[in-house]
Design a protein around this ligand. Structure first.
Ligand code: PEP
Ligand code: MN
Length: 361
């Protein structure tokens, strides 16, 4: 287990006067010019302390741009020398770790797909044995807090004490405005369990677009995350990966200066408690809708069955029983009778409408 006392406070390895600490840079290193131009502009933004770029890119489909590889590390070395920014790169294999260290990359990060696989994490952790570099661990693709903690533990057991977590959202099966649903309750629970562990939010991979970045960044600040990882590119629309979500350094500067930094880190705040409760409500509403949809599906099935067998739609005796039983059940759970009646009648009349439609086909 990770001992709280052994996780080094962020301030010991990343001095910053105030939140947010910003990690920025392109999704992928593409050319030396793109990397250097982006880095120079970013280094003028006081909150940007760390320059990111992927040189090995995990892509969903083969034959997309998979990163420039080792030569990109040389460009990052130049960024460090010429701008003074710290550098970070995604590592997914022991060989990546070795190369990143060889080129003096300051901070390593493990991506969402790698974190999803404990075999890979274990291999990468073994390659990190005893290093002094900080390591940042993104959340796994699915909202599995234990998998995230497990990856942090494997890294920690390799002797790494400078750790941070990056919240980049989660794959969610239903339609959502986000590329990866934020599910704030997951990082909040991580922060509750590991109060010393710095947590960054990555609005770029949560949103998958440019226009929602500021809202997510603001929310992360209201929930007292330590910092942000936001992708930035001198020509976002021409980016070879994640073109829809990258912003120029100029836009990033505006985004950061528009943030309201409300409170310092402290006890569990009003905002984070409220957010937990709201995300509970979101989940329950999703369940309610799913159950309602399932109910209406069965109603249609009954409708078809009645049609085949020439039976009337409304069977008043059955309906009277439903009302009586459901009211007893609901009032027994402390709900108001009039409210229950309204809901039952609404659901019933929708059921009849659906069955009528079936009968008249
Ligand atoms: C990235 O940061 O570019 C990336 C691939 O992110 P993730 O691992 O969160 O998908
Ligand atoms: Mn990306």
């Amino acid at each position: 287990m990770i001992s709280q006392h052994n996780i080094q406070a962020l301030a010991s390895w990343l001095p910053a006067e105030r939140r947010p600490i910003v990690i920025s840079g392109p999704c992928s290193a593409e050319t030396e010019e793109q990397v250097m131009q982006t880095a120079r502009l970013l280094s003028d933004i006081p909150q940007v302390k760390i320059f990111r770029a992927g040189v090995w890119k995990p892509r969903t489909r083969p034959d997309s741009f998979e990163g420039v590889g080792e030569k990109g590390l040389r460009w990052l070395q130049r960024v460090r020398a010429e701008t003074g920014l710290l550098t970070t790169v995604e590592v997914a294999t022991p060989q990546h770790v070795e190369l990143a260290l060889k080129y003096g990359i300051d901070i390593l990060w493990i991506g969402a797909r790698t974190v999803s696989n404990p075999f890979s994490v274990q291999e990468v952790a073994a390659a990190m044995q005893g290093i002094a570099n900080p390591v940042m661990v993104k959340n796994p693709v699915s909202p599995d807090l234990n998998l995230w903690i497990g990856a942090l533990e494997r890294i920690y057991k390799a002797g790494v004490q400078k750790m941070a977590a990056i919240h980049r959202g989660f794959y969610f099966f239903t339609k959502s405005p986000y590329r990866n649903a934020p599910m704030w309750e997951v990082p909040i629970e991580l922060m509750r369990r590991f109060p010393n562990l710095p947590v960054f939010t990555d609005p770029s991979h949560i949103c998958g677009n440019r226009h929602m970045l500021a809202d997510i960044a603001q929310k992360a600040m209201d929930l007292e995350m330590n910092g942000l990882m936001i992708e930035s590119h001198v020509h976002p629309e021409k980016a070879l990966s994640d073109a829809q979500q990258q912003i120029t350094p100029q836009t990033l500067r505006k985004l950061i200066s528009g943030l309201m930094i409300r409170k310092e880190k402290g006890e569990e705040t009003f905002e984070s408690k409220l957010e937990l409760l709201r995300s509970e409500i979101d989940k329950i509403d999703a369940e309610l809708l799913e159950i309602l949809a399932r109910r209406l599906d069965i109603v249609s099935e009954i409708g078809k069955y009645k049609k085949e067998n020439n039976i009337t739609i409304l069977q008043i005796k059955r309906w009277r029983n439903i009302i009586k039983e459901r009211l007893a059940d609901g009032t027994g759970r402390g709900m108001d009778e009039t409210f229950l009646r309204h809901i039952l009648e609404l659901v019933h009349s929708e059921s009849i409408r659906i069955q009528n439609e079936i009968m008249n086909r």
